[in-house]
Design a protein around this ligand. Structure first.
Ligand code: ACO
Length: 392
């Protein structure tokens, strides 16, 4: 594989290998790892596009199913195409027996992301072995909410419910969790959230999925690996920690001291900062709008914490351009629509699944093994000593 050394951090990748920067700060910063027609993150401009469309426009005007069609098929669907895709998703909204069995043996205190990863792995072992296909992408997307809702209900001693064929993805998810028809404004808010979280360039979990796909492994393995990458707090694990942070702060009066102490103590404020965005994440502005669904205390506290956090990060971390990221208001919105805190990251996964699967399909269609280099910094000529002669 060709590994190019360049001076710029934004060089177009011609081969399907990796392009590296000299003087990198680790973390593959500035590395172009793939060619994609799916989404583009414009970090300086604060813009995110899916196949040419601004996500800020799509968030108001489309549904999750339309974005699935856009990412998988390459264009926004007409009415007939949309109803065909909805029917295919509805047909897959059944909980695989093996996934349910796996959920049943997990202790109730299992983190829902771990439960999701385990259920997908168990189901994948039995059902998803071949070259990645669109049918697998549809089945995975349809079943993520079922698996999550089933685990939620099992852990509180309730039986999982059957999906309702007349409901779409977001409405089914809320219905399957709580066993009652969700309010329309909650469905719409969750749908907008899922549209906005569907894809995001070469983020850590998508990269992970593409690396696995590039070895010609199967779709389930790529998605299980992506779930593992997403759950870390530096990636998708942040939103429940935002909620924890807001609860720990508690009141507007205590926020200044809490935030200052955290930053000066070397801690990170959850929901702030991003590798690519050096301005406000466009999704965070839309989510701030949706956060009006929250109760007035929670919303006022979140807005105040955001304002003070930005001012303090500017003062105490000058030059780093740390802005509000997608996770800050995600936590307020997901809390407002009635999802438990430890289901925030799994809900992110249930949105990103269409991006992950689209990337796996894109990688598989034009594959070259992703295999970067490393800079070895250890000794080159160590003297070998037999085990019985070693003193330490
Ligand atoms: N709070 C306090 N300081 C921060 C924060 C933050 N949220 N983010 C970055 N910094 C500081 C770092 O401490 C560092 O300062 P230093 O040079 O004085 O040590 C400097 O900014 C640069 O930080 P890096 O870690 O090099 O920046 P990187 O691009 O690797 O970090 C990241 C991006 C991981 C998202 C970071 O901003 C962070 O940890 N944020 C908090 C967690 C979070 O919100 N994660 C969700 C990200 S969005 C997503 O993945 C969907």
């Amino acid at each position: 594989m060709a590994v190019l050394e360049v001076n710029s951090s934004n060089t177009k990748n011609e081969a399907s290998g990796l392009t590296t920067v000299k003087q990198n700060r680790g973390g593959l910063e500035g590395v172009v790892a793939a060619t994609t027609a799916l989404s583009k993150v414009e970090g300086a401009a604060g813009r995110l596009i899916y196949r040419g469309y601004s996500v800020r426009d799509l968030a108001h005007t489309t549904t999750f199913e339309e974005i699935a069609h856009l990412l998988w098929f390459g264009h926004l669907p007409n009415r007939a195409e949309l109803s065909d895709l909805k029917a295919r998703l509805a047909a897959e909204r059944t909980l695989p027996e093996v996934a349910l069995a796996a959920l049943r043996i997990l202790p109730p205190e299992t983190a829902p992301m771990d439960a999701l990863r385990t259920a997908i792995s168990a189901w994948g072992a039995c059902a998803i072995q071949n070259k990645p296909t669109l049918e697998q992408a549809i089945a995975l997307t349809a079943r993520f909410p079922l698996i999550l809702a089933a685990f939620y209900r099992l852990r509180i001693g309730l039986d999982p419910l059957d999906a309702r064929p007349e409901l779409g993805n977001a409405a089914n998810y809320l219905y399957l969790m709580h066993g009652r028809m969700p309010a329309e404004e909650f469905v719409r808010a969750l749908d907008s959230y899922m549209v906005m979280l569907s894809d995001h360039g070469m983020n850590a979990s998508t990269f992970t999925a593409r690396v696995v796909a590039s070895t010609e492994s199967d779709m389930a393995s790529a998605i299980v690996a992506a779930i593992g990458a997403l759950k870390g707090p530096l990636h998708g694990g942040a939103p429940s920690k935002v909620l924890d942070m807001l609860r720990a702060i508690g009141t507007i009066e205590q926020s200044e001291e809490w935030l200052r102490d955290t930053i000066t103590g070397g801690g990170r404020l959850m929901g702030f900062g991003h590798r690519i965005y050096k301005t406000t994440d466009p999704r965070s502005e839309e989510l701030k709008e949706l956060a009006r669904l929250a109760n007035s205390h929670d919303l006022a506290l979140a807005k105040h914490v955001e304002e003070r956090a930005l001012a303090l990060l500017d003062e105490l971390k000058p030059g780093h351009e740390i802005h509000t990221n997608v996770e800050f208001y995600s936590s307020v919105v997901l809390d407002a629509v009635g999802l438990p805190g430890d289901f925030f990251t799994p809900t992110f996964a249930a949105s990103r699944i269409i991006g992950w699967t689209a990337h796996v399909l894109e990688q598989s269609a034009n594959n070259r093994l992703i295999r970067p280099n490393s800079d070895y910094i250890g000794p080159l000529q160590a003297h070998f000593v037999p085990i019985d002669e070693r003193s330490n």
